[in-house]
Write a protein that binds this ligand. Structure first.
Ligand code: HEM
Length: 136
């Protein structure tokens, strides 16, 4: 019972994180087509979303370990999907932070491709989640 609450709370964080890493870049992409400045708040929302995915993703494993004494066995297609999600989370966080912290002239150059790129990375991770769910 306590483990179910823990899983549900971790899932809440994971679901909002997923919404942020797909919705953030989509909204930012639309924004930069109209305005030239970096949508800083949306960029931070996206960065926090990626971080939330890594922490809550690890939270799933931690909850399993604490409640059952072992990590879930993930193999085959589900394992590949998990690697893809983890890779997307690391790449997505790094790209978003790079865009936020890069000097202004570099930021201007990356403005055109960064948001569609991050939207693609977020969408790949979200698609991977479906394979992890049904092959896991
Ligand atoms: C280090 C990165 C990540 C780890 C370790 C991780 C791990 C997990 C785990 C263990 C589950 C539960 C799977 C199950 O119920 O069988 C899950 C579910 C989910 N993950 Fe992740 N995840 C990560 C990144 C992401 C990212 C970046 C996204 C979205 C863009 C994402 C979206 C989802 C969604 C939507 C679910 C719910 C799937 C469902 O039950 O239908 N995850 N994740």
């Amino acid at each position: 019972m306590a483990a179910d609450y823990a899983y549900a709370l971790v899932q809440v964080a994971h679901n909002f994180g997923a919404a942020a890493v797909v919705g953030g870049p989509a909204a930012a992409w639309l924004w930069v087509r109209e305005q030239r400045e970096t949508p800083v708040l949306l960029a931070w929302l996206t960065a926090c979303g990626w971080l939330a995915q890594v922490i809550s993703g690890a939270g799933f494993g931690l909850t399993s370990y604490l409640s059952r004494g072992e990590l879930p066995e993930v193999t085959g297609i589900a394992l590949i999907a998990l690697y893809i999600k983890a890779g997307c989370a690391i790449a997505g966080f790094a790209l978003t932070m790079f865009h936020l912290l890069a000097p202004p002239h570099l930021c201007e150059q990356t403005q055109r491709w960064i948001w569609p790129g991050l939207l693609a990375v977020g969408s790949a991770a979200l698609s991977g989640a479906a394979f992890l769910r049904w092959f896991g």
